[in-house]
Design a protein around this ligand. Sequence first.
Ligand SMILES: Nc1ncnc2c1ncn2[C@@H]1O[C@H](COP(=O)(O)OP(=O)(O)OP(=O)(O)O)[C@@H](O)[C@H]1O
Ligand SMILES: [Mg+2]
Length: 279
Amino acid sequence: MAKGEIKMNEPPKLQLNVPPPGKSEKYKGVKHTLLVMSGKGGVGKSTVAVNLAVSLARLGKKVGLIDADINGPDDPKMLGIDKEKLFANEEGIIPAETKYGVSIISMAFLLSTEDTAVIWRGALRHKAVQQFLEEVKWEGMDYVVMDFPPGTGDEALTVAQLVPDAEGVIIVATPQDIALLDVRKAINFATQLKLRVLGLVENMSGLICPHCGKEIEIFGKGGAEKLAKKLGIDFLGSLPFLPSIVTGADSGVPGVEVDKSFAGLFTGIAEKVVKKVEK
Ligand SMILES: Nc1ncnc2c1ncn2[C@@H]1O[C@H](COP(=O)(O)OP(=O)(O)OP(=O)(O)O)[C@@H](O)[C@H]1O
Ligand SMILES: [Mg+2]
C-alpha cells in the first residue's frame, strides 16, 4: 500500500429508492400519529409502542398500532394475536382487533409461518409502510402509534413524507445509549425531517429484583432526565427492567397487563403524551 494520507472513496450520493411521494391524501381522519423510534436496536421500542397503545386505549382513546418493522414484526406476538389473518372490505383492509382495545396491522399477519423471513430492500419496505398507512381503515382513530425498526431508516422516512403533520416522535433509549449519546442521532433525524420530538423514554433503567422487589440501580439514576434537559426535549419517564415483562411479552400479554407498577408508569407516560398533543 502506498504511504501517505488514507482517503475514503467519494461517498455515494444519497438517493431515495423512490421519489418522495409528498403528503398522503389517503391517510386521513386520524387525530394524532405517534412515531416510536430509537438510535439503535433492542432498546424496547416495540415494548414501549405496544404498552403505550394499550395505555392510551385504557384512557378511553380509539387506538391503532402500525408495526412498521417490516423485516422484524414483533408487535402481534406481544399482543397475543400472531395467528390472525387479515380481511378487507370496500373501505380497505380491516386492522386486527386485540382484546386490549388496540387495532393493529403488521407484516406478521401476511407471513405464512412465524419463521418466514422478510428480506426486502428499501423500496419494497417503503411500499409496505405506505400501504399500512393508506389502505388500512384508520379513519376515526384518536391515536395511531407506529413502531419502527432500529435506527434512522427508510420506514420512518416514508412516514415523515406521507404524514408530515405527524404529532411527534417518542425516542426510546437505555442507560447505555444515554451514555453513548445514541439518542442524538434519533433527535437529529427527527429534526431534519421536521418532525416534532415529544420526548424521551428511558427503558431498562434499573433492575427490579424478582426476590425482594427492590430496584437495583445498575447505571445510577437521573441520567436520562439530565440528558433530555441538555438536548432540549421533554423527559417522559423511566421504565425499570422487569423480568416478568419478558415472559409476558413471550406469551402474548403486554407488560401493563402483567405488572401494576409498570402499568402505572405507562399511564403516566400516556397522560404526558395526551397532554402535549391535545392541548
Ligand atoms: N422494561 C423491560 N423489562 C424487561 N424486559 C424488557 C423491557 N423492555 C423490553 N424488554 C424485553 O427486551 C427485549 C427487546 O425489547 P423490544 O423488542 O421491545 O426492543 P426493540 O427496540 O423493539 O427491538 P428491535 O430493535 O429488535 O425492534 C424483548 O424481549 C422485551 O420483552
Ligand atoms: Mg422492535
